[in-house]
Design a protein around this ligand. Structure first.
Ligand code: CA2
Length: 163
């Protein structure tokens, strides 16, 4: 069975959307890079997308590495249906978040608002990407909705392979 894909009945239909450091500032500063949409607006976008697929949503933000890791463990303990993670700058630095994501058995989509590959070289490496099922960047906040839809596609593809 592919990574993170448990039989449907074994899972809660909860999607965790985790946001890392400084993403609480979204919409208030650096609009050229991150746009004018606030994190509250992103939460509403995620709720609308999740509800279209009859999914529940846990939407969280923390600027603390350990708190993000605790939430990754929590998602695993609740057998969440999927995870969308924008680890912010921890993407480029955190082996601890890499290890936490590696240890769980949940489909993961990495998302970034900006096109990290069109920015500084230090943003080109991700510790999240190798332990995620897929990565998205450069779609602005719409990337969050695409990531949730992507989780649906990952589940449908796995269900198709199970027959
Ligand atoms: O593009 C993304 O989503 C990032 O994950 C955002 C991170 C950055 O470190 C990554 O390289 C790419 C930064 C989040 C900080 O967000 C702010 C939003 C508004 C104003 C200031 C910071």
């Amino acid at each position: 069975m592919a990574r993170g894909l448990l039989p449907e009945l074994a899972m809660a239909n909860i999607v965790y959307v985790l946001n890392g450091p400084n993403l609480n500032l979204l919409g208030t500063r650096e609009p050229k890079t991150y746009g004018r949409t606030t994190l509250k607006d992103v939460e509403a976008l995620c709720r609308a997308t999740a509800s279209r697929h009859s999914l529940e949503l846990e939407f969280r933000q923390s600027s603390h590495e350990g708190e993000l890791i605790d939430w990754i463990h929590e998602a695993a303990a609740r057998e969440a249906w999927g995870m969308v993670i924008n680890a912010g700058a921890y993407t480029h630095t955190s082996i601890a978040i890499h290890d936490a994501l590696r240890a769980i058995n949940i489909p993961i989509v990495e998302v970034h608002i900006s096109n990290v590959f069109a920015r500084e070289i230090f943003r080109h490496h991700s510790y999240v990407a190798p332990v995620a099922n897929a990565s998205l960047c450069g779609f602005g906040v719409e990337g969050y909705a695409l990531a949730i839809t992507g989780l649906v596609a990952i589940h449908e593809s796995a269900a198709g392979k199970r027959g």
